[in-house]
Design a protein around this ligand. Structure first.
Ligand code: GLU
Length: 626
């Protein structure tokens, strides 16, 4: 929701944030009293008890200032990060605390039971590094893991709500690994605000209510989930206080015993027991999983070198395999640049239809290559996929006056490029989720974190670990259940301890070694197109960072139809695209991005969604009027 008056919200927020600086870390979250903030009487604590945390914090989509910045989908979580920054924590400290808080307030998108990718910029060394916290398959899985007895792929919906789809959670290991490398606070300290929010509660907003309602039938299949997330058998009402004491206990467990409790201790035993024998409501049966304690014990969050590409004089860093995000965003940007070179007209100078046409053709082409080459297998030609030589060769398919027939064939990133290389018919992926959350953080020293974290589908597997209040991921449904193109190798089939291919695209852009932009989004495979569109919007179309995040989105992923938000589908641009041969499917919203732009001299603009997912929350430690 866009605040009615940005000025009054800003000055209100300034008072509050200044208070946070004075008071220090999480204590600042109680500064907004429910009585003062809820004149309409909604959201009062039920049954007495302590007030909910961060009641009715304003949601501001764009904020500029100094001292550090946090942008996330949720004001309570952003405030947690701001408090850490204000108290002298690093971007990594703040990102971990914010992510943990999001695990409470966005439990259907992220949390202890999921995974993600953490990209970090070190301002002192001017280097970018990543931590891969992707979930891993059990060691017993092979290519047939998602086939039935007849060798047919399981129905997708059956696989989603099952133990079979649960991978080893990577999120707690990611937090610990990131803190070991770039943190200055202990995990126990940084998880304290999340534990408090889970214990004391937060106020249910429309998005939380709607996500619960959309999952109510699925959650009712699992009594432990229904008990936590369908109190009284119903989705919690908007304005009521939602408490999750079981999840508070899980955070307390991690604070006390460290992440070892999940990977080698009693939290892990509870996870394994539930995955191997999910507790279901009478008459409900779901496929069991094979996760074992040794899978948890052998799991590591892995340090990986980022994918690096150059775009219009900037250095773009993203996530490597097992994500397809880094290479595919880079290939899209490279293709758009190649189209501009071929046509002789820069992307900044074409009209909206031609710009969106370029974006769509580049996206479809890059997705053909992604689906063919990217997966958690040896020998992925990542450097070739992001090379300008390959993009130049692939750009020969482009026509300014008509859309390529879908599916666009895949190319050969073999280092040997001609004007127009060989391409081969490709298949299209039927399913990819739309959940997840992204946070963008910068600290006062200019260190930055771009962190996308998920439990895959909204509501994950639907399976809550009994007594611990968090939902397990269904990340393993990101594997291809069967080869997508008969006769063509598929790098994303399930395998032992393999990590499923992701689309998550946490991105950091540097300008001559200095931080320029942090960006990312949820949205399954649309993440890639959303991040590419934000970068193009900002760097090519002259949009300020907040406008680049808010701009209407188009997502072409090489299917016969491409998703377009109503502001494109129902506009002259939509008609123009249709005339070029694009087949648009109107989609209410695509993604829920956040970003931070560095303005130099320690000033930052944090940006979140004004409207998508109910609006996000951009904050800086010391706001300035723009
Ligand atoms: N599982 C998805 C991926 O890793 C993210 C989930 C989503 O955004 O829907 O690409």
């Amino acid at each position: 929701m866009v605040p009615a008056s940005t000025t009054s919200v800003l000055s209100h927020l300034r008072r509050r944030v200044t208070g946070a600086v004075a008071v220090g870390t999480a204590a600042a979250l109680t500064l907004v009293s429910p009585a003062a903030a809820a004149p309409d009487g909604h959201g009062r604590p039920e049954h007495g008890g302590p007030p909910p945390v961060g009641h009715r914090l304003p949601k501001v989509p764009v904020m500029t200032g100094t001292g550090g910045a946090v942008a996330s989908v949720d004001p309570v979580a952003s405030q947690v990060g701001i408090d850490v920054l204000a108290a002298g924590g690093t971007a990594t400290d703040a990102a971990v605390a914010t992510a943990a808080a999001l695990g409470v307030t966005e439990p259907y998108s992220t949390g202890i039971g999921g995974g993600g990718f953490f990209v970090h910029y070190d301002a002192r060394t001017r280097s970018v590094d990543t931590v891969d916290g992707r979930e891993a398959a059990p060691a017993t899985y092979d290519e047939t893991a998602f086939l039935d007895e007849d060798g047919e792929p399981l129905p997708f919906a059956t696989a989603v709500s099952s133990g079979l789809s649960v991978g080893v959670p990577g999120t707690p290991a990611t937090w610990q690994r990131a803190l070991d490398r770039w943190g200055t606070r202990r995990l126990a300290t940084l998880l304290a605000p999340a534990e408090r929010i889970a214990r004391h509660g937060f106020v249910v907003d429309q998005t939380f209510h709607d996500q619960t309602a959309a999952n109510a039938e699925r959650f009712a299949m699992f009594p432990a989930t229904a008990e936590v997330f369908l109190p009284g058998g119903r989705p919690p009402a908007v304005g009521s206080v939602f408490r999750n004491p079981d999840m508070a206990r899980a955070y307390r467990e991690l604070r006390t015993h460290g992440v070892a409790s999940l990977y080698r201790g009693r939290l892990g035993r509870a996870v394994v027991a539930e995955v191997r024998d999910p507790s279901t409501a009478p008459g409900v049966e779901v496929p069991a999983g094979e996760l074992a304690r040794r899978d948890l014990a052998r799991y590591r969050a892995v340090d990986r070198a980022p994918v690096h590409s150059e775009y219009r004089g900037k250095d773009v860093y993203g996530m490597p395999v097992p994500s397809s995000g880094g290479t595919t965003v880079a290939e899209i940007l490279g293709l758009v640049e190649a189209y501009a070179d071929r046509s002789g007209t820069p992307t900044s100078e074409v009209d909206d239809v031609q710009y969106l046409h370029r974006l769509s053709e580049a996206s479809a082409t890059a997705f053909a290559d992604r689906n063919r080459y990217i997966g958690d297998v040896p020998g992925v030609p990542a450097a070739e996929l992001v090379s300008q030589g390959f993009a130049d060769e692939r750009s020969c398919l482009f026509s300014a006056t008509s859309a390529l027939p879908r599916p666009v064939p895949f190319g050969s990133p073999d280092g040997d490029y001609a004007d127009c290389g060989e391409s081969t018919a490709s298949g299209v992926l039927p399913h990819e989720g739309m959940s997840t959350t992204h946070l963008s953080v910068v600290d006062r020293w200019g260190n930055a974190v771009s962190y996308t974290t998920t439990i895959e589908q909204t509501g994950g597997s639907g399976i809550t670990v009994p007594g611990w209040g968090f939902i397990l991921n269904n990340e393993l449904t990101d594997f291809d259940f069967a080869p997508i193109t008969p006769g063509v190798p598929d790098p994303n089939l399930p395998g032992p301890s393999k990590r499923p291919r992701s689309s998550m695209s946490p991105t950091i852009v540097l300008d001559h070694g200095r931080l320029d932009l942090v960006a990312g989004s949820p949205g399954g495979s649309t993440i890639i197109t959303t991040v590419a569109q934000i970068l193009l919007g900002h760097y090519d179309r002259g949009l300020a960072v907040g406008d680049a995040v808010a701009a209407p989105r188009l997502s072409s992923r090489n299917g016969s139809r491409e998703s377009a938000e109503p502001a494109i589908a129902g506009s002259e641009s939509g008609a123009g695209l249709t005339a070029l041969g694009h087949r648009l499917s109107e989609t209410a919203e695509i993604g829920a991005a956040t970003a931070v732009r560095s303005l130099g001299h320690g000033r930052y603009t944090a940006a979140a969604e004004p409207e998508r997912r109910g609006g996000g929350s951009a904050m800086v430690v010391r706001p300035q009027r723009r």
